[in-house]
Design a protein around this ligand. Structure first.
Ligand SMILES: Nc1ncnc2c1ncn2[C@@H]1O[C@H](COP(=O)(O)OP(=O)(O)OP(=O)(O)O)[C@@H](O)[C@H]1O
Length: 760
């Protein structure tokens, strides 16, 4: 253990045993009081933070063994060592003032008692940190359970971490008794180690909770987020910045309530002269600190960009955790710390599909690069997400936790936030809605074109609505005038009508390709047609296809999703399925001329509980009754049952929306988009013929992406002669093309059935 190398001077650098600063609620008969407060100042901490610093192994520390008892230990010790141990038992013990009430007289008497390692039975290891181990300890006298953080003196000195221990102790002493902060009862030491006797949090930490459930629903997120932010508020009020808030450092106590821990890298602010009349302590929470501390995924951009932090780093971390509660993963995560830092510096993160609007709005206002623009704690507490929470009457801490449930997408969660738009726009929206409703009421049996027109109006409105963010600001790059125009003038309505009728016409005739740019390709071969089609159209849905990919048992769904839908981000990062994908998913493929495939899956009874929310989609075009554009990532499709369809790309979503709308409008006729389907199938079958024997299956070519101005698209030219350099998706590469032909035949059969149903 190397503890012999410690000199008296070393011991002196480390803190003296001390007593707590607040009452132990678990002690009914006697209370523990502060006695001595040692301070280990004098050593400088390493300027480097604790990134990747998990180097301390248990060999560096003395971890008391389970049920350690003094007698067996004595047996192997030589007399000098035994003497030294006994010396330390006395010297290193905490001095506790015990208040004992005499049961007969009722008189309160105080006794000073010493408590140290011999007073506890040590049990299982609860956790391991960068410079400590935490073990369960049971008080021999009362049987009460504690968590004891054990730190090796030698390691602390060698690694220049003494300052962290001192800070942790000071911070916990200052915070003792504060709601939401783990309690430090007292500290003691022996020759080799320092011990923090902490309140035991039996329900592990918040990371474990999120992992267990995959995510948390809004109610749980609200409950825990309100406790976390309230605890952070308390810290800041006391002049302490945590600087390493992360799910692992949020413990859950016996009542499943939040307890912040690990104050080793905290900043204790000096008290500034107060200007307040009531003389309340004042702390400059915006005072900059240069220490590089924290954890990669939760570190704030100002520390990486400008090498400073202040109290607003805790707000940033809170934003990351709030995101994680719903998404199940932190917003900034990459394969290594360097890449994670890159993402943080650029504030590059994406909401998972179906992320509830209300939390999204809050997260957006927290994960803001410029700390001055981040919400303050006061503003966070006033955010609409916490509307039902009373931060003033203690209910945040008194209320029992809700039943823990993972987040599930719901129409309610996806509704745009109530906003206060300019009065003008509100009136216009109301007018538009009115026009739409009355139109719907007076024309129950509408022609396809009229219906399409109606769709166009509604879609324009919806588009305009989601072009606005929750604060009523228009998102840059999108023009809301379309909305204003369509609702304000009849001439414009006519224009809109014409435009959509054109689109509709385009779907029902081979001149479909001329719609977007007015060019009309006259290619004879399907390939040429395809090529021109791709060249001349903006992103367009070509096929919505029900596919059943017999994924090999070993293949993970992540591979599938990535290969088949390279641009589609899975709503919840299906990166570690425990069972093979085909057990869970049935797929619907939406192919666009950008080569995107969107895979949606149906919940299967075998699906693990925590994954349920990801997948709730089954689409049969001919069954679709109604389709609503909920926001820029989500469609609500009503048919035999209501399903949601998520897609990150607005343009694709709108195209799917249009396609479905046209299907609905075309009922009971044969859907106009059948032509496209046929063309697509013809194209595919030709490719299958060509590639037969080469084990190649055609796929909508990546190289054919040519959309103009669509976000995230690339500007590569379509290959001459269509998809001559088509690549087979990796996930299909192990399957023969005859399998693919079977799929094709299935899909054709399916379409025939669909047509038959439509014709009935
Ligand atoms: N009071 C407690 N009750 C139960 N478990 C605890 C308690 N304190 C700590 N733990 C467990 O021990 C782990 C390590 O504790 P802690 O984070 O305080 O150590 P550390 O050395 O400061 O770690 P870090 O590497 O985060 O700095 C925690 O993640 C938790 O699982």
């Amino acid at each position: 253990m190397g503890n012999r190398s410690l000199t008296e001077a070393d011991h002196a650098l480390l803190f003296e045993p001390s007593l707590p600063t607040a009452e132990d609620p678990t002690q009914t008969q006697h209370r523990l009081h502060p006695f001595v407060d040692g301070n280990g100042s004098g050593l400088k901490a390493s300027p480097q933070g604790q990134f990747g610093d998990k180097a301390l192994t248990s060999t560096h520390r003395f971890i008391p063994s389970a049920n350690e008892d003094s007698s067996p230990r004595d047996m192997g010790l030589d007399p000098s060592m035994r003497r030294r141990r006994d010396e330390w038992a006395d010297r290193g013990a905490a001095k506790i003032i015990k208040e004992v009430v005499d049961p007969t007289t009722g008189e309160l008497t105080k006794h000073v008692v010493k408590m140290g390692i011999k007073d506890f039975k040590f049990g299982e290891q609860l956790g391991d940190g960068s410079y400590s181990s935490v073990v369960l300890a049971t008080a021999r006298d009362s049987g009460k359970k504690y968590a004891v953080k054990v730190l090796s003196k030698e390691y602390l000195i060698r690694q220049k971490k003494v300052k962290y221990v001192t800070v942790e102790k000071l911070a916990l002493q200052k915070l003792n008794g504060t709601k939401g902060i783990i309690r430090l009862f007292f500290t003691f030491q022996d020759e080799a180690s320092l011990y923090f006797l902490l309140e035991y949090a039996p329900h592990s930490d918040f990371l474990a909770l999120i992992k267990k459930y995959g995510s948390l629903n809004e109610q749980c997120a609200r409950y825990y987020a309100s406790q976390i932010i309230d605890a952070v508020d308390s810290l800041h009020t006391i002049g302490i910045i945590h600087r390493d808030i992360k799910p692992e450092n949020i413990l859950l106590d016996k009542d499943m309530k939040v307890k912040l821990t690990d104050f080793g890298t905290a900043k204790i602010l000096p008290e500034e002269p107060s200007n307040d009349a009531d003389g309340k302590p004042y702390f400059d929470l915006n005072a900059r600190s240069k220490s590089f501390v924290g954890t990669a995924e939760y570190v704030s951009p100002e520390l990486l960009n400008d090498s400073y932090t202040d109290s607003r780093c805790d707000i940033w971390a809170f934003g990351c955790i709030l995101f994680q509660m719903v998404a199940g993963k932190p917003p900034f995560k990459a394969s290594n710390e360097y890449l994670t830092f890159q993402k943080v510096m650029k504030v590059q993160y994406a909401f998972t599909a179906g992320f509830p609007q209300i939390i999204k709005d809050l997260v957006k206002k927290l994960l803001v690069k410029e700390p001055n623009d981040r919400l303050t704690i006061e503003q966070i507490k006033a955010h609409i997400f916490f509307q039902s929470v009373n931060f003033d009457n203690g209910s945040v801490w008194d209320d029992d936790p809700p039943e823990i449930q993972p987040y599930k997408i719901s129409a309610e969660a996806l509704k745009p936030l109530p906003k206060v738009p300019e009065p003008d726009a509100t009136a216009k929206l109301a007018n538009l809605q009115l026009a739409y409703n009355s139109h719907a009421e007076t024309t129950p049996q509408t022609s396809a074109a009229t219906c399409q027109d109606r769709s166009a109006i509604s879609m324009t409105a919806a588009t305009a609505a989601f072009n606005k963010d929750c604060t009523g600001q228009l998102k840059s790059g999108y023009n809301s005038n379309a909305f204003v125009r369509s609702s304000s003038s009849s001439t414009d309505r006519e224009k809109a009508h014409k435009k959509t009728t054109n689109i509709h016409a385009s779907r029902s005739s081979p001149s479909i390709t001329s719609v977007s740019k007015g060019k009309e390709p006259r290619s004879r071969s399907a390939d040429n047609f395809w090529s021109s089609y791709l060249k001349n159209l903006d992103e367009h849905v070509l096929l919505v296809k029900d596919i059943e990919l017999s994924v090999e048992a070993t293949e993970s769904s992540a591979v599938d999703l990535e290969t088949l839908a390279p641009d589609y981000k899975s709503p919840c990062d299906i990166d570690s399925p425990t069972e093979s994908a085909d057990k869970f998913y049935k797929r619907i493929l939406v192919i666009t001329n950008l080569g995107r495939g969107l895979i949606f899956a149906k919940k299967s009874p075998k699906m693990r509980k925590e994954r349920e929310f990801e997948l709730q989609f089954e689409l049969k075009l001919n069954q679709v009754e109604k389709i609503n554009l909920i926001n820029d990532q989500m469609l609500q499709i009503e048919g035999p049952k209501t399903v949601f369809m998520a897609c990150k790309d607005r343009a694709v979503l709108i195209e799917v929306w249009k396609l479905m709308k046209s299907e609905i409008c075309a009922k009971p006729k044969v859907a106009s988009s059948k032509l496209e389907h046929k063309m697509f199938d013809k194209f595919i079958s030709q490719k299958v013929k060509k590639t037969k024997g080469k084990n190649q299956v055609p796929h909508v070519p990546e190289s054919s992406r040519l959309v103009n101005g669509l976000p995230g698209s690339c500007m590569t030219k379509a290959p001459e002669g269509g998809g001559s350099n088509l690549k087979r998706p990796a996930s299909l590469q192990t399957r023969s093309s005859s399998n693919y032909s079977k799929l094709l035949a299935r899909s054709t059969e399916m379409r025939k059935n669909m047509t038959r149903t439509n014709e009935k």
